[in-house]
Design a protein around this ligand. Structure first.
Ligand code: PLP
Length: 367
């Protein structure tokens, strides 16, 4: 059997007629950017997440970068960022001239709540949490530290659409929730798109300005903004997919439960669910093994494609050499980068495919 990860056509086919109708509706409307479809999506997405506002932008990176900017964070400021995240989380900080201060992850791959306090200085202006792989971070503990220091929590929800914590959706747990709708995400568009959710009216208004050249009234540019507008076709498609998000999440959970129950190999560490408060939507199903590269090669040999999320932690990224990060600075994040592997997990995955992955893994003798 061959299991490729170039499978986005499958989730499209699950609801193909509805997507085609939505795209045509937008095409025929004669309005292509920031129009009624975007407004409708913003309203429906805010209702889904449980916040007062959602502001649509052009990508997850823009959602993060513009949120940091809208909160007035810039040169001389520090923002705490998990040491094991995707580079975008850190880029949102450095794009604004501020400094990312990395914090080691816990065993469930979220920022380690008990290591945050030690990283806070006079210059700390925000804590960025990433609900990595789709599991809500340790929010009670994180918010308690944030409240003690009166600094906002920004949630990177690029991988956690639909994940809850203590009854709230991720994206409604901090000052702002930053979402990506990159096609592979759990709520993926058919192109680039993103959004910020918040209850803060001032923040929402500033984001609306920033995404459209800094103007609320056309040609009255109050701040130096950017072009980060969502287009109507993507919004129409996202409205359609949002209606199916609960079933798409349920499908991922079913695949994860199958993996959880049946993968049995002493060399493989399965994903850990932190506690009963937060749930997991399995954007990725990530296992760990000491001989990761050999394991990945073995799976490839058996026709199973896998990805490493992520092989290089941000403090060791070439683009951040100027920050002076060294190997050994964040040993936990570095070990995860060396050991993690994301198994096939996608909407439209067949039971026989999951079972083939399971059988292949269970037959692995280690390296
Ligand atoms: C995908 C992703 C982003 C960036 O989203 P884009 O839409 O690709 O800009 C940011 N943070 C995390 C954790 C992501 O997975």
């Amino acid at each position: 059997m061959k299991i490729s990860l170039a499978v986005l056509d499958r989730q499209f086919q699950l609801h193909q007629a509805e997507y085609e109708a939505a795209a045509l509706r937008a095409l025929r409307s004669g309005w292509y950017i920031l129009g009624p479809e975007v407004e409708g999506f913003e309203r429906e997405f805010a209702a889904y997440v449980g916040t007062k506002y959602a502001v649509a932008v052009n990508s997850g990176l823009d959602a993060l970068t513009l949120t940091v900017r809208a909160l007035g964070i810039g040169a001389g400021d520090e923002v705490l960022v998990p040491a094991n995240t995707y580079i975008a989380t850190a880029l949102a900080v450095t794009e604004n001239g501020a400094k990312p201060v990395f914090v080691e992850p816990d065993e469930a791959y979220g920022i380690a709540a008990d290591r945050i306090e030690a990283a806070i200085t006079e210059a700390t202006r925000a804590i960025m949490v990433v609900h990595l792989y789709g599991q809500a971070s340790d929010m009670d503990a994180i918010r308690a530290v944030a409240a003690r220091h009166a600094i906002p929590v920004i949630e990177d929800c690029a991988q956690s659409h639909g994940a809850r914590y203590a009854g709230y959706m991720t994206g409604a747990l901090g000052r702002a929730g930053c979402f990506s709708f990159y096609p592979t995400k759990n709520l993926g568009a058919f192109g680039d798109a993103g959004a910020v959710t918040t209850d803060d009216a001032e923040l929402a208004a500033m984001l609306r300005k920033l995404r459209n050249y800094g103007s609320k009234v056309k040609y009255h540019n109050e701040v130096a903004g950017v072009n980060s507008r969502m287009d109507e076709i993507q919004a129409a498609l996202l409205r359609t997919k949002l209606q199916h998000l609960p079933e798409l999440v349920a499908e991922r959970r079913r695949i994860a439960a199958r993996y959880d129950a049946a993968i049995q190999n002493p060399h493989i560490v399965l994903p850990k669910v932190r506690d009963a408060k937060g749930d997991h939507v399995y954007h990725q199903y990530v296992v760990r093994t000491k001989a990761r590269d050999a394991f990945q090669a073995y799976l490839k040999e058996a026709g199973i494609e896998t990805v490493i999320h992520y092989p290089i932690p941000p403090h060791l990224a070439e683009c951040y050499a100027r920050l002076g990060g060294r190997r050994g600075d964040f040993p936990i994040a570095e070990r995860y980068a060396d050991e993690v592997l994301s198994l096939p997990m996608f909407n439209g995955m067949r039971v026989e495919e999951a079972d083939y992955v399971i059988a292949t893994i269970n037959a692995w003798k280690g390296a």
